[in-house]
Design a binder for this molecule. Structure first.
Ligand code: ZN
Length: 346
């Protein structure tokens, strides 16, 4: 199986300063994983096109897009204490937001299966990341919401889109953008409490969107056992009932046990297992991953490698064993109970 990798040298020019965890060196780590000889011939790498303002405005306000543009064109500055940008951040952010659009165009150009299309899955290896960017605000290292731009483009042509976000932080921006919609489902597993503070079980969507937002707020030290249990339980039931036609994964690797920003207990092997489980709800040629966080460079490299090994069926041995046990079972039980109270699939 071939993976379409969408990435660009432009991402390295988004200079966040010397001490920032979301730094250009992260791309060196991801490049090391992509260059692994085991993936020789299994990856097709393309350059993204920039997203247009009209595409960005499917999810962002015109004021937000204008503010980023003006700040970058004036030489740069800071949106908040965590989110700096320089002039070169604008082409980087536009290419990051356009990566998923390039992937959709390439994947959609293949004849529909069966047999399975040549390009099985796309992986947008981008920075800046996107999942904290709301309709109106850049925050948490994120300028434009890359995964949301793609989900909105797909939904606009009638697709039903699942966004599965396993970054260790709550994907508040993605949730915010689709909270009232019934054609985009957002599932977020994250450490709680943790930045940005949202992502409680009770946040389940509103109006027509009630039930299409699922949050799994896990305690520090949680292992992959509870991610997989949620997929066998209420999260899996919800996805099954939603019946997505495209699956988009916000793949953040800061849940790795060595990550300096977060306290979850995942290993590289877990990211492979979790990706495999999520892809079980998707159709070949209709699935994409987007790099979000992950701030320990070796953990990022190993976790990306394990993810690619799962997608390409390369069978590479992981560096660490799968995690298991630890706290978190009560969260899955609470989510199940909360959905049953509202008569939602659980
Ligand atoms: Zn994160």
């Amino acid at each position: 199986m071939t993976v379409l990798v969408v990435t660009s040298d432009r991402f390295a020019a988004h200079d966040t300063g010397r001490w920032h965890p979301e730094r250009a060196a992260r791309l060196t780590a991801t490049a090391a994983a992509l260059r692994d000889p085991e993936f020789e011939g299994a990856l097709r790498v393309i350059e993204p096109r920039p997203a247009t303002d009209a595409e960005l405005m499917l999810v962002h306000s015109a004021e937000h897009v204008g503010r980023i543009r003006v700040l970058a064109n004036s030489g740069g500055g800071s949106i908040d204490a965590d989110t700096p940008l320089v002039a070169a951040s604008l082409p980087a952010a536009l290419a990051a937001a356009g990566s998923g659009l390039s992937a959709i165009e390439t994947l959609s150009a293949q004849p529909a299966g069966p047999p399975s299309p040549e390009l099985d899955t796309a992986f947008c290896v981008v920075r800046p990341p996107g999942h904290h960017a709301t309709a109106t605000t850049a925050m948490g290292f994120c300028l434009f919401n890359n995964v949301a731009v793609s989900a909105a483009a797909l939904a606009a042509r009638g697709e039903r889109v699942l966004i599965a976000d396993f970054d260790a932080h709550h994907g508040n921006g993605t949730q915010d953008i689709f909270y009232g919609r019934d054609d985009v489902m957002m599932v977020s597993w994250h450490e709680f409490p943790q930045y940005p503070g949202s992502g409680r079980i009770e946040e389940m969507g509103a109006g027509r969107g009630l039930g299409t937002t699922l949050n799994i707020p896990l305690p520090s030290g949680a292992t992959v056992e509870h991610y997989l249990a949620s997929l066998e339980g209420p999260v899996g039931a919800a996805i099954e009932a939603f019946a997505p036609t495209w699956v988009l994964i916000s793949a953040g690797y800061d849940g790795h046990r060595r990550d300096p920003l977060c306290g979850l207990a995942l290993t590289d092997a877990d990211f492979g297992a979790l990706t495999g489980a999520l892809l079980g709800w998707s159709t070949p040629g209709r699935r994409m991953l987007f790099l979000e966080g992950g701030y320990d460079l070796e953990a990022l490299r190993d976790s990306l490698r394990a993810t690619l090994s799962t997608i390409t069926d390369a069978g590479l041995p992981p560096v660490d064993r799968p995690s298991w046990g630890g706290p978190g079972a009560e969260v899955i039980a609470s989510l199940d109970a909360a959905r049953r109270r509202l008569d939602l699939p659980a």
